[in-house]
Design a protein around this ligand. Structure first.
Ligand code: TPP
Ligand code: SF4
Length: 280
């Protein structure tokens, strides 16, 4: 008689590795890690079917803290690696993680073209409006008048507007989440993973060391007053005029995800063959 082994869905803990994060106590990234693990559990994924890809920064340490396949690459290139991986291995769920410095500055060009390509992956940016890992330089999302030791008097530069740029460039799902609401953040990440094409979730995640005033974000955030739209123009107008603290799914598009043609699939197999290790 054959026995039936019941398999129950995995818990969020099963998606975490045994490495203890070395983030500063109180850093928002702890909660983002929890939300990502929770989202994978909600979706009943398995760690061996998920790849987490990142660049460089405190936020980009995330792959090591998950139990999934991981790639901690070079600064600003996470989307190039993640897009290539998804094209070569469409069976995997690919989540790319970044910070505002990694993703919008050195990686800004990749961001535009990843939105345009619409490869079916999820892009999470932990935005703390500062370069945390390299000790507090202003990033593209830093407020122009934020004065610090490294930028006395502020940069005077207008902030980069990631959500609007994502919409203008063709992202198929755009949301803003807050690390201080881990359940809401987990649900948004799960929705982003399920949505076809390039899904972008900007997570406000305070850097308590270089931007301690961001602890007040918990009082500033509020639910977006309107439901997600499928009209990118309308979504962009709303986001341009909001206060930067509207939390929710803001845009759900209908663009079909990128599909490599037969030539592309053949090129990937030829590349794989070229890189295959020869037996001694
Ligand atoms: C090519 C290159 N340039 C610069 C650096 C230095 N560097 C490492 S992390 C980082 C900024 C990270 O900031 P962000 O992405 O906002 O992440 P956070 O640490 O705030 O999470 C920089 C400039 C690098 N590692 N490689
Ligand atoms: S420096 Fe900032 S972003 Fe980096 S771990 Fe510390 S609190 Fe987090």
């Amino acid at each position: 008689m054959s026995s039936v082994v019941a398999t129950s869905p995995l818990t969020a803990q099963a998606f975490k590795s045994s490495y203890k994060p070395i983030w500063c106590p109180g850093c928002g990234d702890y909660a983002v890690l929890n939300s990502i693990a929770k989202a994978f559990a909600m979706l009943e994924l398995k760690p061996e079917n998920v790849a987490v890809v990142s660049g460089i920064g405190c936020s980009s340490r995330i792959p090591a803290y998950t139990n999934c396949y991981g790639f901690h690459g070079v600064h600003g290139r996470s989307l190039a690696a993640g897009s290539g991986l998804k094209i070569a291995r469409p069976d995997l769920t690919v989540l790319v993680a970044s910070g505002d410095g990694d993703g919008y500055s050195i990686g800004g060009n990749h961001f535009l073209h990843a939105c345009r390509r619409n490869v079916d992956l999820t892009y999470i940016v932990m935005d703390n409006h500062v370069y945390g890992m390299t000790k507090g330089q202003p990033s593209p999302t830093t407020e122009p008048d934020w004065s610090s030791k490294l930028a006395p008097g502020g940069t005077g530069l207008r902030e980069f507007h990631p959500l609007v740029i994502a919409l203008a460039s063709g992202a198929n799902f755009v949301a803003r989440a807050f690390s201080g609401d881990p359940n809401g953040c987990a649900s948004m990440i799960a929705e982003a993973v399920k949505h076809p094409g390039f899904s972008f979730v900007e997570v406000l995640s305070p850097c308590v060391t270089f931007r301690p005033e961001q602890r007040a974000w918990k009082d500033a955030v509020h639910a977006a007053p309107v439901a997600a739209t499928d009209d990118p123009g309308r979504a962009a107008r709303r986001i341009m005029s909001d206060d930067g603290f509207n939390i929710g799914v803001l845009f759900k598009g209908k663009r079909p995800p990128y599909q490599p043609g037969p030539g592309g699939a053949q090129a990937v197999s030829a590349l794989e063959a070229g890189f295959r290790l020869q037996e001694a």
